[in-house]
Write a new protein. Structure first.
Ligand code: ASP
Length: 345
């Protein structure tokens, strides 16, 4: 492992990390990223060249939308050959969604794209921003035999590097705001930076980076709950133009056996809607057929989301729909992992 003068592009999209507190007034103001090195002198100690680029209008990540993802993917694509790695500063609220989307949009990625942010602004005394930022840059700069060691879209937060499309935000208060319940951390930062090499993504091909900008957002999420009125589901399924739905089921992919529910879903699937079964549980996987309450879903048939997160399932739907995958192969293609977003069957 070496950190030998790597070139890193730091992209600021917005979020708490880019705020500094004015200790006179106590108010937060946006950080000037052009002066990053002056404001965080610790960055001088990292043996790499850091260039910065910021969104013209930095946003709270609750405002993240398709055009922002496209802008990010385009930026990375345009600068791909000039940098060894990319660190994206992003609000934590929707960071897992963006990480998931980018993982699909950047096919054959062979360099690190590490999203990070913080719970407290960079100018706060107890901030978590500096460690998150500094370690993300260090991880993005790691090389082995002149190749980047990390070659995927990741999320770094509170001492852990995760595969981005496996993460979910779990806490608004703790510094440990993210978890990757179904996939181990790729690296952990303690006294040493410990990389779990066996967990790192290695793309099956060695093709050129392909940036996919076409996403189709005619998708939705529907969460089952006991006592649901049948009209609620029927109303959602009748949304004009709906093409894909993430159905959040109970436990290992179970649902009420009521015929109104199974019939409504079966009609929607017959009508061309792609419905993915994911679990509401934080960890574990869907196993359709294990219980009688999921056999009906298996027969429809729903797409088996196994251990994918809702965030990654939504992004994968948008990506596959945007890529124009033929309806008859959609289920098979969705059920195969393409960026390490779900476990092999
Ligand atoms: N609301 C903020 C955002 O997601 C929170 C944060 O920066 O972590 O942009």
């Amino acid at each position: 492992m070496a950190k030998n003068g790597a070139r890193i592009l730091l992209i600021y999209t917005g979020g708490t990390i880019g705020m500094v507190r004015d200790y006179g007034s106590g108010s937060l103001r946006a950080f000037d990223f052009n002066n990053l090195l002056q404001q965080i002198p610790e960055l001088h100690q990292i043996d790499c060249r850091i260039d910065t680029v910021a969104f013209a209008n930095p946003i709270d990540s609750s405002n993240m939308d398709l055009p922002h993802w496209q802008q990010l993917a385009r930026l990375i694509g345009e600068h791909y050959h000039s940098y060894d790695g990319f660190v994206v500063l992003h609000g934590s609220d929707t960071m897992s969604y963006t990480a998931s989307a980018l993982s699909f949009m950047l096919e054959n990625l062979a360099k690190p794209v590490i999203l990070t942010g913080s719970q407290l602004p960079i100018g706060d005394l107890r901030t978590d921003a500096k460690e998150n930022l500094i370690t993300s840059i260090q991880l993005a700069a790691l090389t082995e035999e002149s190749r980047p060691l990390v070659r995927e879209v990741c999320l770094y937060f509170e001492h852990k590097l995760f595969r981005g499309n496996r993460t979910t935000k779990i806490n608004t208060e703790h510094f440990e705001a993210f978890d990757s319940p179904n996939y181990p951390a790729l690296a952990e930062s303690g006294v040493h930076l410990n990389l779990h090499r066996e967990a790192l993504w290695r793309s099956p091909g060695r093709g050129q980076l392909k940036v996919h900008l076409e996403l189709d957002n005619r998708v939705g999420v529907f969460r089952l709950f006991p006592g649901m009125h049948p009209d609620w589901l029927r109303y959602q399924l009748a949304a004009p133009g709906l093409k894909g739905l993430v159905l959040e089921t109970f436990g290992a992919g179970n649902a009420p056996s009521a015929s109104w529910l199974l019939d409504s879903l079966a009609d929607a699937v017959k009508g061309g809607l792609h419905v993915v079964n994911v679990t509401q549980c934080r960890g574990g996987a869907v196993l359709m057929g294990q219980y009688e309450t999921s056999s009906g879903l298996l027969d429809i048939p729903l797409i088996d989301g196994r251990d994918i997160t809702t965030e990654a399932a939504l992004a994968k739907l948008m990506y596959l729909l945007g890529s124009g995958v033929a309806p008859k192969s959609f289920k098979t293609i969705f059920e195969a992992p393409i960026r390490g977003e779900m476990s092999e069957n």
